[in-house]
Design a protein around this ligand. Structure first.
Ligand code: FDA
Length: 581
C-alpha cells in the first residue's frame, strides 16, 4: 500500500480540524487534513461565535470574511419566549452583550464583536484561510484505522470516490473527528460522562419570518406552546439568515418513538410553532443529533491529540460547541509548530492537556447547568408534561391576571428569565479561560479576586495564564488592539516607556534561542501610543515591567519592573515555557 509521510495528520475538517489546518499551514508545518465528507458542513448546526473565537479569525486575517457571512451582534440581541412566534410573548432577555447594562463590558473586553455564524457559512471561511496558507486538505478521505508507535502515527485511509486505500505516516496526529471520534476510540482515549442524554431535531427551513422577528431582532426564539412541553419547550427558532432562513430545533425523547421527518410533518410542526397555518415553508434539510455530556480523561496519548467534539461533547446551551473546538486548535497548533521546528521540547505538548482539558470540563458542566436552569421557566408558566392545551392556557392566563398568587408566579418568572443570563450573557464563561501549566510561569501572586460574578463578567488581568487584555491603542492614524501586538504564531514582549533594556535583552535571546521575539513598546508616544491610557490601567506592571505573550495571546510570564538582568529573567521564562530546561 502507498505510504505518504507528513509531520501532522489532522483527522476532521470541521471547526477544530480546519482551524488546526489553517494555523499549521501558516507556520509552514507539513500537514495533511482529511475529512470523510465531500466538503465542509452542509447544514447550519452550531452558530454562536463568541469574541474569543472571532479573535482567532482576526489572528488568521479572516475576521472581515467572518463578518461578511455572519449576522452581526446588533441583530442578535433579543432572546424571545412566546407561545408561538405569532402568539403571546412571555418574556424577553437582551442577550450576547447587547443589553444597555452589558454592552460596555463586551465592547471593552475585545476588539471583536460576537456574531452569529452558522457552521455551513463559517467553515468555508476557515477552509479558504487554510487553502490560502497552502494547507493540504483532502475531502472524501476517510480514516479507517489509526495506531501509533514510539516515533510515528500510522493511519490507514480510504479515498471514498476512487475507493483506493493508502497509509499516512505522521509524527503527530490530531483527532478532530467529532462526536463519534474513531481516533479517540482506536487510540484508547477514555471518556468521562454520559452519551445519549436526549435527542435533537434540526429542521433547516426557508420561511420569511420578518413580520414576527424584525421588530425584535434576535437569533433565538423559544416557543412554549401550552400543552406541549418537552424539556425546553416546543421548538427553538435559530436564525440562519435574517429573517428568511432558520433552523427549527426540537428536542425529543427517543424512547417515545422517532419523530416524523416527512416534509408535510415538518411543515406542520413549523407552522404550529410559528402560529400561522398558511405561511410558506420550504424544507432545506432535516437532521437528528444527540445530546451528550462527556469529556476525554486525557487530551493527549503519546503522539495523538484530541480536539473539538472528539474531546468534549455537551448540549448547545451557552453556544460553546464550535467556539471551544476552534479555541482548542488555537492552543495546540503553535505548540506543534514550535516542537516540530525544534524550538521547543516535547514537554510543551503536554501543556495542551493541562490547559484545555479543564476548559472542556468547565464548558460541559456549564452547558449542563444551563440546560437544567431552563426548567424554572415552564415551572413559572405552570406548564408541565402531559398537560392539556386548555390547562396550559388557563395556567398562562392566570399568571398574567390579578388572581391570588399570580404576582408571586410573575416574580418567579422574572427570576427564571434572569437566571438565563448565565447562558446568554455569560461573558466570564466565554472569555475568562485562565491557563495553569508548565507553559506559564507562575509569578507567585494570587489571581485577582473577582469583583463581580466570574461567570457573568470577564475581568481582564495580566496574571500569567490569562488572555492578554484588550485595549485600543493608536499606531499612526490607525486604531489597533493590544491583541494585534501578539499572535501570528510568534511570541511578543510588551513593554512600556522604561523598557529600553528589554529590547536589548529580547534581541539577544532571539539570537541565542532562534525564537522570534518582537518587542512592542506601548507608551505615551512612539509606535504604539496608549492615547486613552487604558492599557496603563490594565497592564498591572510598571513602566519598566514586561509581559511575555504566547502566540495564542495568553500571558506566559510577566515582570513587574526591571530586574537586575532582564536578559537572564527573560531567558529563564522563555526556556521554561518552551520546555527547554
Ligand atoms: P465536527 O463534528 O464539526 O467535524 C468532524 C469532522 O471529522 C468532519 O469533517 C468529519 O467529516 C470528520 N470525520 C469524522 N469521522 C471521520 C473519519 N473516520 N475519517 C475522516 N474524517 C472524519 N452545536 C451547537 O452548539 N448548536 C447546534 O445547534 C448544533 N447542531 C448540530 C447539528 C448537527 C447535525 C450536528 C452533527 C452537530 C451539531 N452541533 C451543534 C454540534 C457542533 O456542530 C459541534 O460542537 C462542532 O461541529 C464541533 O466541531 P468539531 O470540528 O470538533 O467536529
Amino acid at each position: 500500500m502507498r505510504t505518504v509521510d507528513t509531520d501532522v495528520l489532522v483527522v476532521g475538517a470541521g471547526p477544530a480540524g480546519l482551524t488546526a489546518s489553517a494555523l499549521l499551514a501558516r507556520q509552514r508545518v507539513d500537514a495533511i487534513t482529511i475529512s470523510r465528507h465531500p466538503g465542509t458542513a452542509h447544514s447550519p448546526r452550531a452558530h454562536i461565535t463568541n469574541q474569543r473565537t472571532a479573535e482567532v479569525f482576526r489572528d488568521l486575517g479572516l475576521e472581515p470574511r467572518l463578518r461578511a457571512v455572519a449576522t452581526p451582534n446588533h441583530l442578535m440581541g433579543n432572546n424571545v419566549w412566546a407561545t408561538s412566534l405569532a402568539g403571546e410573548e412571555i418574556a424577553r432577555l437582551k442577550s450576547w452583550g447587547t443589553g444597555v447594562d452589558r454592552a460596555a463590558d463586551y465592547a471593552a473586553a475585545s476588539p471583536c464583536a460576537m456574531c452569529n455564524a452558522p457552521q455551513h457559512l463559517l467553515e468555508p471561511v476557515l477552509l479558504e484561510g487554510a487553502a490560502e496558507n497552502g494547507a493540504d486538505v483532502r475531502f472524501s478521505t476517510e480514516l479507517i484505522d489509526i495506531a501509533q508507535t514510539e516515533d510515528a502515527v500510522v493511519a490507514r485511509v480510504r479515498e471514498r470516490t476512487a475507493g483506493a486505500e493508502y497509509t499516512i505516516r505522521a509524527r503527530y496526529a490530531i483527532g478532530a473527528d467529532g462526536g463519534r471520534s474513531l481516533v479517540a476510540d482506536r487510540a484508547g482515549f477514555a471518556l468521562d460522562g454520559e452519551m445519549g442524554l436526549g435527542a435533537a431535531l434540526n429542521m433547516w427551513l426557508e420561511v420569511d419570518l420578518s413580520r414576527y422577528t424584525a421588530h425584535r431582532p434576535g437569533v433565538l426564539y423559544w416557543t412554549a406552546q401550552p400543552g406541549n412541553n418537552y424539556w425546553v419547550g416546543s421548538g427553538t427558532w435559530i436564525c440562519v439568515r435574517p429573517w428568511t432562513e432558520w433552523v427549527l430545533l426540537c428536542m425529543y425523547d427517543p424512547t417515545e418513538g422517532e419523530p416524523d421527518l416527512s416534509e408535510p410533518a415538518v411543515v406542520e410542526r413549523a407552522r404550529a410553532s410559528i402560529g400561522d397555518p398558511d405561511v410558506d415553508v420550504r424544507v432545506k434539510d432535516v437532521s437528528k443529533w444527540q445530546i451528550n455530556r462527556v469529556v476525554a480523561t486525557e487530551y493527549r496519548r503519546g503522539r495523538i491529540f484530541l480536539a473539538g467534539d472528539a474531546a468534549h461533547r455537551h448540549p448547545p446551551a451557552n453556544g460553546l460547541g464550535t467556539n471551544t473546538s476552534i479555541q482548542d486548535s488555537f492552543n495546540l497548533a503553535w505548540k506543534l509548530g514550535m516542537v516540530l521546528r525544534g524550538r521547543a521540547g516535547e514537554g510543551l505538548l503536554d501543556t495542551y492537556d493541562a490547559e484545555r482539558r479543564p476548559v472542556g470540563r468547565a464548558v460541559v458542566d456549564r452547558a449542563m447547568r444551563s440546560v437544567r436552569d431552563m426548567r424554572p421557566i415552564p415551572d413559572a408558566l405552570g406548564f408541565y408534561p402531559g398537560q392539556t392545551s386548555e390547562d396550559g392556557w388557563a395556567a398562562l392566563h392566570e399568571l398574567f391576571s390579578d388572581a391570588e398568587g399570580a404576582a408571586d408566579r410573575r416574580r418567579a418568572l422574572d427570576e427564571a428569565i434572569a437566571l438565563q443570563n448565565y447562558q446568554f450573557n455569560a461573558h466570564g464563561v466565554e472569555l475568562g479561560q485562565q491557563y495553569s501549566s508548565d507553559a506559564v510561569v507562575d509569578d507567585g501572586t494570587p489571581l485577582p479576586e473577582p469583583l463581580r460574578d466570574p461567570e457573568l463578567y470577564h475581568q481582564p488581568t495580566t496574571h500569567p495564564g490569562a488572555p492578554l487584555p484588550h485595549a485600543w491603542i493608536q499606531r499612526g492614524a490607525q486604531q489597533i488592539s493590544t491583541l494585534d501586538l501578539a499572535g501570528g504564531d510568534r511570541f511578543a514582549l510588551i513593554v512600556g516607556s522604561g523598557g529600553g533594556p528589554w529590547v536589548a535583552a529580547a534581541s539577544a535571546i532571539a539570537r541565542e534561542t532562534g525564537i522570534d521575539l518582537p518587542v512592542r513598546t506601548v507608551d505615551y508616544r512612539g509606535e504604539y501610543h496608549d492615547v486613552l491610557g487604558r492599557w496603563r490601567r490594565l497592564r498591572e506592571v510598571g513602566d519598566d515591567g514586561a509581559l511575555l505573550v504566547r502566540p495564542d495571546r495568553h500571558i506566559a510570564w510577566r515582570s513587574f519592573d526591571m530586574p537586575e538582568s532582564p536578559r537572564d529573567a527573560l531567558r529563564a521564562a522563555l526556556l521554561q515555557v518552551l520546555s527547554r530546561g
